[in-house]
Write a protein that binds this ligand. Structure first.
Ligand SMILES: *Cc1c(COP(=O)(O)O)cnc(C)c1O
Length: 370
């Protein structure tokens, strides 16, 4: 087995370097390199159109939109969220001086289980922060019904859900706001970057002010804002990547088809099929290992793959609720989060990106299919 070349879990979507050079010349000519320049405005408009959403505000990474959304909606007290995500989700709640309250996930989607939310609501609860984990849509209708009943805000961490649609409508239109990450490892990247998606112009204006220190004019600061502005160079890069993201998603789709075909007969390995009516983005390909049936534990398989030069990822293990900051919270117990623990203990995300070759796919599957 050739282990000299590692197969990584992801590979960044890179724009054509000549085309990027042309756009850089424009930036140099403009001599305007950040602060709502022309490429920034063009990318916001292009993303709103591509994503089928009314308003987009660009950010310099995917964590600042989470922080800023909570600020903008003046969220205080307790926020109900999922432990099965990347740490940034819960960190954003903590950085806003709020208390995260973890509830269990729905094993069918990996997202927050709406049936667990009501029992976690207290007089201090002000918001729900679900995650469309792996880009799989949460049960948005059920979540909204609970939010409406109790007067709660809903902020979706949609970092994985770029371009995901349900019945032709963007998943990003659910809730009060949704956040995106354009980090190098995501389906669509601007090197580092992110965005907030909102429904109305007034909110867009407020977010634009907040990401620029709270300035509304030369001498007026309306709120304790932050610096979240995306620069012109990465905005130009983002415009080019937007042109090729559909092809990249289709290439990932083909990988998913190959994986499913080969893994379906394998005892003890399960995975998800596409959901009817959903346009998926194939951002991740999680498999779940039933150690008894498969004859190997998740970690045994994970390290076996690693030895063969195939780097999977145990997303999301450990749970956020297990990290030192959060493990003392009353909602962090194993008894409160049985499905989340089970998923975290059995998952491996297989390599998934747009430039996996047939040889790569075979090497990956040879590790898993016995
Ligand atoms: C990547 C990611 C983030 C953070 O995005 P950055 O751009 O890395 O700051 C937040 N939430 C989830 C679920 C993510 O996967």
């Amino acid at each position: 087995m050739n282990t000299s070349t590692m197969i990584t879990v992801t590979s960044p979507l890179l724009p054509d370097i000549e085309e990027f050079h042309e756009l850089l010349k424009e930036v140099w000519n403009n001599k305007w390199i950040t602060n709502n320049g022309s490429f920034h405005r063009r990318l916001e408009a292009a993303l709103a159109e591509y994503l089928k959403v009314p308003y987009v505000s660009l950010f310099t990474n995917g964590t600042l939109p989470l922080l800023t959304a909570l600020q903008a909606l003046r969220i205080t007290g307790e926020v109900i969220t999922t432990p099965y995500s990347f740490v940034a989700t819960t960190h954003s709640i903590w950085w806003n001086g709020c208390r995260p309250v973890f509830v269990d996930i729905d094993p069918a989607t990996g997202g927050i289980d709406p049936d667990c939310i009501e029992a976690a609501i207290t007089p201090k609860t002000t918001a729900i922060m679900p995650v469309h984990v792996y880009g799989k849509p949460c049960k948005t209708k059920e979540i909204q019904a609970i939010a409406d009943k109790y007067g709660l805000k809903v902020i979706y961490d949609a970092a994985h859900a770029f371009g995901v649609e349900v019945e032709g409508e963007s998943i990003l239109n659910a809730g009060d706001m949704s956040t995106l990450s354009f980090h190098a490892t995501k389906v669509y990247n601007t090197v580092e970057g992110g965005a907030l998606v909102m429904h109305d112009e007034k909110t867009k204006q407020r977010i634009d002010n907040l990401k620029n220190f709270g300035f509304t004019g030369e001498t007026t600061v309306i709120a304790p804002g932050i610096n979240g502005k995306m620069d012109e160079i990465r905005s130009a890069y983002g415009l080019l990547n937007l042109r090729q993201v559909d092809a990249a998603i289709e290439a990932r789709h083909q990988v998913a088809i190959r994986y499913r075909e080969a893994l379906r007969p394998v005892k003890g390995i399960s995975f998800w099929d596409d959901m009817p009516g959903v346009r998926h983005n194939y951002s991740y390909f999680p498999i779940f290992v039933n150690a008894e049936e498969y004859g190997m534990t998740r970690d045994e398989l994970y390290f076996h793959m690693k030895e063969q030069g195939v780097l999977g990822r145990r997303y999301f293990y450990p749970l956020i609720s297990e990290f030192s900051t959060y493990r003392g919270l009353p909602s962090s117990t194993r008894e409160n989060l049985p499905n989340a623990y089970k998923m975290a203990d059995t998952v491996i995300c297989l390599p998934m990106h747009h430039v996996l070759s047939d040889v790569d796919i075979k090497r990956i599957l040879d590790c898993v299919v016995k």
